[in-house]
Design a protein around this ligand. Sequence first.
Ligand code: CA
Length: 233
Amino acid sequence: MNEAQFLVLVVEDETKMRTFVRIALEAYGHRMIEAATASDGIRQAATQSPDLMLLDLGLPDADGSSVIRRVREYSKMPILVISARGAEQSKVKALDEGADDYLTKPFGAAELMARIRVALRKVSPERDGQPSMVHVGDDIRIDLERRLVVVRGKEVHLAPNEFKLLATLVRRAGRVVTHHQLLEQVWGPDSGQQVSTLRVYMTLLRHKLERQPARPKHLMTEAGIGYRLRLEA
Ligand code: CA
């Protein structure tokens, strides 16, 4: 089956990086337009209607986060942030502003394409004619509507907040979800809950879902940022 072709806007001031991304995208049949500044990126995002934006956070004229804020005023297009290793704070900020995911420099073409694929995939839990059923790997099935979790053929009981946490990750499967976003979704804004609470709940979930809780294959930690549910093992 041929993959769909997309128009990707790359906002990045490094010429080398733009060239690398162009080669990767065109190899997969996608088209690319580019901007070297935040202001040009904002302009092209509005005028060219790209399917996805790849955004460097360190731009010469403005912080990449300001681009996200502007674009989010009118568009839900997936935004993938590119940032330097160790720049956790700016990544978290960008994700909380509405970016969908991030890539850390340097990254390879395969990683880039995998992230783009996930970002463009509509998370539709509809498969095999069972609405709201999501398959995680070969042996975990989650029914969001009926709040049912089946692990290796056996129904597993989850406490309400455990299920909420899992459901939040399922709805953004493949993408990173920040600590802040998870705390807000599960416990509500202003709950005062800390990242340590999340850690406890993630440990509980891993023990119920993962074959080897200490070496998870699906409930992945993104150090300093949040968590990511990986659908494929
Ligand atoms: Ca830069």
